[in-house]
Design a protein around this ligand. Sequence first.
Ligand code: ATP
Ligand code: MG
Length: 451
Amino acid sequence: MIRKFISRVLRRKPASTANEPAILAVAQHGLRREQISRGGQNTVTTLQENGYQAYIVGGAVRDLLAGLTPKDFDIATNATPEQVRHCFRRARIIGRRFQIVHVSIGAETLEVTTFRGHHGEHTGNKAQTDEQGRVLRDNVFGSQEEDAARRDFTVNALYYDPSSEIITDYHHGVADLRQKTLRMIGDPKTRYREDPVRMLRAVRLAAKLGLTIDPAASRPIREMSELIDNVPPSRLFDEMLKLLTSGHALRCVAQLREEGLHKGLLPLLDVILEQPLGERFVLLALAATDRRVEEGKPISPGFLFATLLWHEVLAKWTLFKSRGEPATLALFLAMDEVLDVQAGKLAITRRIAGDIKDIWALQPRFEQRSGKRPYGILEQPRFKAGYDFLLLRAESGEVEQEISVWWSDFLHANDEGRAAMLLPPAAGETKKRRRRRRTPAATRQYPNAPQ
Ligand code: ATP
Ligand code: MG
């Protein structure tokens, strides 16, 4: 009888402790409540005062433990979206892939998510998937433990309670972070199949945090990379933008190449990266972007994508000119074709596409350095972006340094200095201008078209 009891306890023990989370006090992790934003602390305490569980979760806990400043503070709770909404004056439910609540406190917006549950045969809650196994919708609520299991990486499944300063850690995330390992929760292949964007997240988070992707999670990426094709273009665009503006774009792109992931993302980016001039240009652009992020300067997505796709435009522009198209028309044809190809994969928004075209269309105009034209170019709303773009082209060796130096001098010169710098009109320039005025479409359609 006693033996039976003992063996039952012994047998049960591993089963019951298997899912016990580590409860880490502040002495073990060092994260103080003052490090959480005011809005984050208020949201958690309000939910707790209303009788719910609430924690700071995900990227913010991870980043703070790694010594980085979090972008935002996300909150996980056992309250349903409706219940959350009732706790706050300014809160609204937004239905995306997951239903979440946006709570506004002062200037801050906090994302509050209800614990997600399991989906699978054993619970009878089957998530809707496509034929590749990608999860399309799952709004099943669950326990904190289930919520942790549904997150992607162990370092993202940490729950911090600012009231007690305790971290609840179900998957050894704190230890993984200390050991600089990015480890997938569950079977990596299954998790990539459910959501191929996790492959990109792995690359981005590893680069951002200086972690090594656990071999079990990095091994399947190469063979599964084409699953990225099934991801809706708008989601891919968001993720690529996050990656490129992470402040570690250079490292991310290097890692994407290493994992064999770059091919499906920006069509032809692989081709561009293989041409010496194109590679130099893209790498310079990414390095400049990383520098701007580090200096806390804003990043223009239009500028970024304009650089990534420029050499593709250049190649097509040259091709169309060689077929006898006039230079301006050839450029606009090339621009449209490159953006069309891109649109299928990556939904570049209309506004950003407009910015990209403005930057590209200014480029040939920088060659015009006589008469009134340079003054007109200075007045263009996108002049600064176009000029920065020109500097990169010169630095990469695609155009003569002399042109970018001239423009820098012109920009900084006074009226007299500018007048003295103007070049004599090139032979036949006036005639050409009159003829070009009559050319259709392109100039009317695009505000920055060369005139
Ligand atoms: P960052 O804010 O730096 O982009 P993050 O990890 O906070 O990184 P979010 O997109 O804000 O990324 O997601 C918040 C949390 O939601 C993540 O930490 C993770 O726990 C979970 N999560 C996000 N995307 C996924 C995904 N595709 N699969 C599983 N869990 C995810
Ligand atoms: Mg986040």
